[in-house]
Design a protein around this ligand. Structure first.
Ligand code: AGP
Length: 612
């Protein structure tokens, strides 16, 4: 997810672009750049780092000009560096472009252009697009607008783009498919942005572009068309929310926004990695070391906090589906306990930020012992991603809330795909079961969306239990790590003490805690040990405990046994963590809000623990 801005009008473009990019940094912040045309010359400045770094870079360069574009990047292709930063200029300097989205067929388009003599400086899909536009312009002997239209007709994927043609520097050309783009209508000036955040301080009159829209903006003219060159009547709307709210897309907190983004985050994490007919799973980032993965006799998964919980789910998935022994280690323990690491081992580091010091140290220790190290990270080009031999990026988009939510489900999605892919390479899972699980995995975004519809009900539950001082979370099998994750979510943002436990372990001590003041959350969806969990629920109820159960839709048995039930759609057991964690995220979120806590920045915590 990146942030893009554009301006054309009477004012100097530079400050408008820089301020706009600052408003959009929550969408991505690994590199930033601007391009401004002053009627004679195109100025392009871009660099790795935050918008503030770019601002310092350009403030003494007297960049005047009243038309410009800007971009703050969340890397998806090519690590964050100056070359991969946007804007991108075409080979002959005829076009400059910024892009938010993913071009899925960029490799084929790149090969086509290379055959036509184009050379590329960056690893991005965006540079392919700007050169394709130039190719269409030169080959077709057409104008800039038509060149953009012809190029986009060859593109498969998502895009929001803004283009300046150096031969026609009096206009901005914008287009959109799947990635958001808003036009702000000023007096003799127009603003473009990924959302209304950078626009609302100048005008509250906006047009939200639809898919396959193309907008041609001159200082005093705005023409809207479709890809077939038919003119459209723009629908002008008025923005009526304040600046702060917009960054959160209307959600009260980034955490809630990110909980609700999970269907998209999971969909984006699967995109391009599962064949459309569901018969193949392929994680391109690890294919170079696949021989070592298949020969390995042991995987060691290292992580911290929520990422460690994802690793625990990974252990159950990989051992169950691919029959490879797995150990899961806290980064902080692994790095100091003098572990036995063999060069045949595969070590998998899981980290949303890619900067967690203990996990990074574990990676370095594993490499020192010549193991093959894979990364599962959410930040492209992060330290852990760079240090590992290979890896798979989650495409969850920036996770701003300190409590990890969409990153967790994206990590589990990667681990699910990884286990399924290995199960076929090793012949440990019947093909029919493989196809079934892949199909069910593809249905997960829709099933999570259905769970999210219970947000208000879960809020009421949180209101009922917000003053409890202790919670117990119990689950078995795949749901034991979910119990741990639910407990962590509650304690780190509501500050209510909570413990996660394997449900059967309760009898070995924690059952002494049970009384009417101890809410117990059971993960009790239908699976092969469901009957055992019912017994555990009975044990709690018979001691006066109050039970909230996460259960499979329509489960009247559990409904009769417990005080409150949150129903989730049926999913196969290995995929249950993906849907059952969502109610626990919402329960924790609402409890924290009702207790008046700073949900996005809870006390004592940081988003990334980059120190020991
Ligand atoms: C989880 O909600 C916390 N924010 C924390 O446990 C986090 O998962 C942990 O610090 C690991 O961070 P990482 O995934 O960026 O490595």
């Amino acid at each position: 997810m990146c942030g893009i801005v554009g301006y054309i009008g009477e004012r100097k473009a530079l400050p408008i672009l820089i301020n706009g990019l600052k408003r959009l940094e929550y969408r991505g912040y690994d590199s930033a750049g601007i391009a401004i045309h002053n009627g004679e010359k195109l100025h392009v400045h871009k660099k790795k780092g935050k918008v503030a770094d770019l601002e310092r870079d350009v403030k003494d360069k007297n960049i005047d000009g009243h038309i410009g574009i800007g971009h703050t990047r969340w890397a998806t292709h090519g690590e964050p560096n100056d070359v991969n930063a946007h804007p991108h200029v075409s080979q002959n300097g005829l076009f400059v472009l910024i892009h938010n989205g993913i071009i899925e067929n960029y490799k084929q388009l790149k090969n086509f252009l290379i055959d036509k003599g184009y050379q590329f400086k960056s690893e991005t899909d965006t540079e392919v697009l700007v050169n394709l536009i130039e190719y269409m312009y030169l080959e077709g002997g057409t104008d800039a607008e038509m060149a953009v239209r012809l190029a986009l007709s060859e593109v498969i994927g998502a895009y929001a783009i803004v283009v300046i043609s150096t031969n026609e520097p009096d206009k901005l050309i914008a287009a959109r498919k799947s990635s958001p783009l808003v036009i702000g209508l000023g007096k003799g000036e127009y603003f473009l942005a990924s959302d209304a955040t950078p626009i609302v301080e100048y005008t509250n009159r906006v047009v939200y572009l639809d898919n396959d829209n193309i907008a041609i903006l001159k200082k005093d003219e705005f023409v809207l068309k479709n890809l077939d060159n038919q003119e459209l009547s723009p629908i002008i709307q008025n923005i009526d929310f304040n600046l702060a709210a917009i960054e959160k897309n209307g959600y009260d907190h980034f955490m809630l926004k990110e909980i609700f983004e999970q269907p998209d985050a999971i969909h984006d994490t699967m995109r391009g990695r599962i064949s459309s007919d569901g018969t193949m799973v392929r994680l391109g980032g690890i294919m170079d070391v696949m021989d070592k993965i298949l020969k390995a006799e042991r995987f060691v998964i290292v992580g911290c906090g929520t990422s460690w919980h994802a690793g625990l789910v990974g252990e159950y998935l990989i051992e169950n589906l691919a029959r490879i022994p797995v150990e899961v280690e806290y980064g902080s323990e692994f790095r100091y306990r003098n572990p036995i690491i063999k060069k045949e081992d595969i070590v998998i580091a899981i980290s949303q930020s890619g900067e967690t010091a203990d996990t990074l140290a574990a990676v370095e220790l594993a490499k020192h012992n010549e193991a093959t190290v894979l990364g599962i990270c959410n930040v492209v080009g992060s330290s852990i991603a760079r240090e590992t031999h290979a890896g798979v990026y989650t495409h969850a988009g920036p996770e701003i809330g300190v409590a990890s939510t969409k990153a967790f489900t994206a990590q589990v999605t990667v681990l699910s795909m990884f286990s399924l892919m290995l199960s076929q390479e090793k012949g440990t899972l019947p093909y029919s079961d493989f196809k079934y699980l892949v199909k069910e995995l593809q249905h997960i975004p829709g099933k999570i969306a259905r769970v999210l519809e219970q947000n208000a009900y879960i809020r009421d539950l949180a209101d009922r239990y917000k003053n409890a001082t202790n919670f117990l979370y119990l689950g078995r099998g795949y749901l034991y790590p979910v119990a741990l994750e639910g407990a962590l979510k509650l304690k780190e943002i509501s500050y209510i003490h909570a413990e996660g436990y394997p449900a059967a372990e309760m009898k070995h001590g924690p059952i002494a805690l049970i009384d009417e003041n101890m809410p117990v959350v059971f993960l009790a969806t239908k699976d092969k040990i469901y009957e055992k969990v019912l017994n555990n629920i009975e044990e709690v109820k018979s001691r006066g405990g109050r039970v909230i159960a996460i259960a499979t839709e329509g489960d009247e048995t559990v409904r009769k046994m417990v005080d409150h039930i949150i129903e989730v759609p049926h999913v196969p057991e290995p995929l249950a963590p993906l849907v059952t964690v969502v109610p626990l995220q919402l329960l924790a979120y609402h409890a924290a809000v009702l207790r008046g806590n700073d949900v996005d920045q809870p006390r004592n915590l940081a988003k990334s623990v980059t120190v020991e």
